[in-house]
Design a binder for this molecule. Structure first.
Ligand code: ADP
Ligand code: MG
Length: 403
């Protein structure tokens, strides 16, 4: 059986696609053509909403936006991924007032206006090679691409000077906040800030250590290919179900744990204080959730230490331990995710874990570059054996941020 590889587009290819789409469907030429990547989180899962640490990289797969300013407040949107044209007045965009896929785009314009920037109506076309709903953050890629296109087209100054070229990390952090507001308040999706920070603030050829308490970002050396390793992403294509409810339940459990322990977040519980903390939590479910968060934050610290020391291979066991914790203590994996990990490890991978929110979505595998085909085949075979839909494979060299 041949393996399904999802390739990425070059910048020229993506730009040409959205520019043509804007002209074909809305009859205008763009003022700005910009793009932003999907992401994989290397480690540090389900800790962004409890003051934790995450270690994401940007995918080479990007969402492209071509955008033309209008003289009124109308927003007209088309996407190559849907036939549904989305139209609204920007003045009418508010929490609870709009729905449909355009909320991710119009929501960013709304949030930038809320932050005091002058944004008017626009026509925009979207095209993307980031798979939807695969836990690779197509929603944040769409928001981030929109954000930089709006900065370009409306010559916005986010504090470092007007335009996209002036965007420094602090200005990108402001844009990420606008994207988070768009997703939480306009799209109505209850997410932390990991996805938006990744798409806007990642660094090519590195991972970023994101401190979810204060939003600080530090690049951490992570480039598997030059040391003969590779990071493979597997979109399991497992059907998502009850994701929103399960996500809210996890968040509530983590918040409850912090409340009972009298701490601002679970980052405040040190690893050597974990046993003592667990004794004070009488609900066994909340105990398991707490153990995941505290140990996961520690695994991120250890990951950063090994990467700073140049030992990419040492990340493998930490990734696998993260998966086991997400499977057994946080209970957010599904059989497809567990199958990727088991099959990859049996075929000789250095480490493997689910990435993103779980309940379906994607997994990542750290492997020797020359064993890539063998490991991918073993995963595909395991899926076939268990009667799962065929997974898709993506190459994931750490790529460049929105711009
Ligand atoms: P994920 O972010 O993991 O891919 P989400 O459910 O958060 O999954 O976001 C997916 C949603 O984002 C889609 O259902 C769609 O509404 C919107 N979206 C993302 N990319 C595009 C696109 N290229 N065109 C239209 N809508 C998009
Ligand atoms: Mg998303």
């Amino acid at each position: 059986m041949s393996l399904d590889h999802l390739g990425s587009w070059t910048r020229e290819e993506g730009d040409a696609r959205v520019t043509a789409l804007l002209h074909e469907r809305l009859g205008v030429r763009p003022d700005a053509v910009r793009s932003a990547p999907g992401r994989v989180n290397v480690i540090g899962e389900h800790v962004d909403y409890t003051g934790g640490l995450c270690l994401p990289t940007a995918l080479p797969h990007r969402t492209f936006v071509a955008l033309r300013r209008r003289d009124d407040d109308v927003v007209r949107l088309v996407s190559a991924q849907t036939d549904e044209q989305w139209t609204a007045h920007l003045d009418d965009v508010a929490p609870g007032a709009v729905e449909g896929w355009g909320v991710y785009v119009a929501g960013v314009a709304w949030a930038l206006r809320e932050a005091g920037h002058t944004v008017g109506g626009f026509d925009a076309a979207v095209d993307s090679c980031v798979p939807f709903g695969a836990g690779l953050s197509s929603s944040a890629a769409l928001e981030a691409a929109t954000a930089v296109a709006l900065v370009d087209a409306f010559d916005l100054d986010l504090g470092a000077g007007p335009g996209v070229d002036a965007l420094d990390d602090a200005a990108r952090a402001v844009l990420a906040d606008a994207c988070v507001r768009a997703e939480n308040e306009i799209a109505g999706a209850n997410t932390g800030g990991l996805d938006q920070a990744s798409s806007l603030r990642c660094v090519e050829g590195a991972a970023i250590l994101l401190d979810c308490r204060d939003g600080a970002v530090r690049p951490v050396p992570f480039d598997p290919l030059p040391v003969g390793l590779d990071l493979l992403v597997i979109d399991t294509r497992a059907p998502h179900s009850h994701v929103d409810g399960e996500y809210s339940a996890r968040r509530a459990a983590v918040e409850r744990a912090a409340e009972v322990l009298g701490v601002p977040d679970l980052r405040a519980v040190p690893l050597d204080g974990l046993d003592e903390a667990l004794v004070r939590l009488d609900d066994p479910v909340i105990r398991r959730r707490t153990r995941h968060c505290v140990t996961e934050i520690e695994r991120v610290r250890q990951s950063v230490a090994v990467l700073d020391a140049g030992d990419v291979a040492a990340l493998g066991p930490l990734m696998t331990a993260s998966h086991v914790s997400l499977r057994d203590d946080f209970e957010v994996t599904v059989p497809e995710l567990d199958t990727v990990v088991d099959a990859a490890l049996a075929a000789g991978a250095l480490g493997a874990r689910m990435t993103g929110g779980g309940f379906g979505g994607s997994a990542i595998v750290l492997l020797r570059a020359d064993e890539r085909a063998k490991v991918a085949q073993a995963i595909a075979d395991a899926f076939e054996l268990r009667g799962f839909a065929a997974p898709a494979f993506l190459a994931a060299p750490p790529s460049s941020p929105a711009g």
